[in-house]
Design a protein around this ligand. Structure first.
Ligand SMILES: [Zn+2]
Length: 221
């Protein structure tokens, strides 16, 4: 995506686990009308990541290697931490007029592919999402119901969120190696505390996009 926003320190707080900016339908048959903030399937990518514990909290951290690279390219892979694939789907919540992040698993590409083939650009479609499954049910599914189509464009909506550096900790090889040995992150280069991603993020986002490419292990779905 080319229109990802930098996230200010205060905003980053909203993207921690359970933050208010996550999209969620909590109960069976709950619905919400959204726009998926993508034109085509090429705009959507998943992330390969690890789930680790930082300061007593579960956090995602960016995997540093692609599947065909040696396992030693990522200290967490080398330490046998499992790789997960997640999508942090940008949805515009029509009722609340706010961008939310919908965390989805590996199967999301398949789930949304039918919408991409029917609506181009997809952002022009109002989609109602319905939850099927009681709270806590692991077999919960979500069904999309297209409601209407108009000429709304991405530029008409608020800026989207870059998950990398906010929801997903964006760590270097050395930082991950330190973590594997010690169970926490080095404080050096961060503002305060081992988990301060908020202070870290704006500085990292300021580099040109091409500089971060080798470390941004996105996976096209
Ligand atoms: Zn890894």
């Amino acid at each position: 995506m080319t229109n990802m926003a930098q996230i200010g320190m205060n905003e980053v707080e909203n993207y921690g686990s359970g933050g208010s900016n996550f999209f969620a339908l909590k109960n069976d048959k709950d619905v919400a009308q959204v726009r998926f903030m993508y034109d085509t399937s090429a705009d959507l990518s998943g992330y390969a990541l690890h789930e680790i514990e930082v300061d007593g909290k579960r956090r995602y951290v960016n995997c540093l290697r692609t599947y065909n690279e040696p396992i030693d390219n990522c200290p967490l892979c080398a330490a046998k931490s499992k790789i997960q694939v997640k999508f942090f789907v940008q949805v515009y919540d029509i009722k609340d007029q706010i961008v939310r992040v919908w965390e989805r698993g590996r199967g999301f590409g398949q789930w949304i592919s039918g919408l991409f083939t029917r609506y181009n650009p997809l952002v022009g479609a109002v989609i109602e999402i319905e939850r099927n499954g009681k709270a806590g049910d692991k077999n919960t599914t979500y069904q999309p119901f297209p409601i209407s189509v108009d000429d709304t464009k991405l530029e008409d909506l608020p800026e989207t969120v870059n998950p990398l550096g906010s929801i997903i900790l964006d760590k270097t090889f050395d930082e991950l190696e330190f973590y594997v040995k010690s169970g926490f992150f080095p404080v050096e280069g961060q503002q305060r505390g081992a988990t301060n991603t908020a202070g870290d993020t704006p500085r990292r986002r300021a580099v040109p996009a091409e500089d971060e490419t080798p470390r941004t292990r996105r996976q096209a779905f």
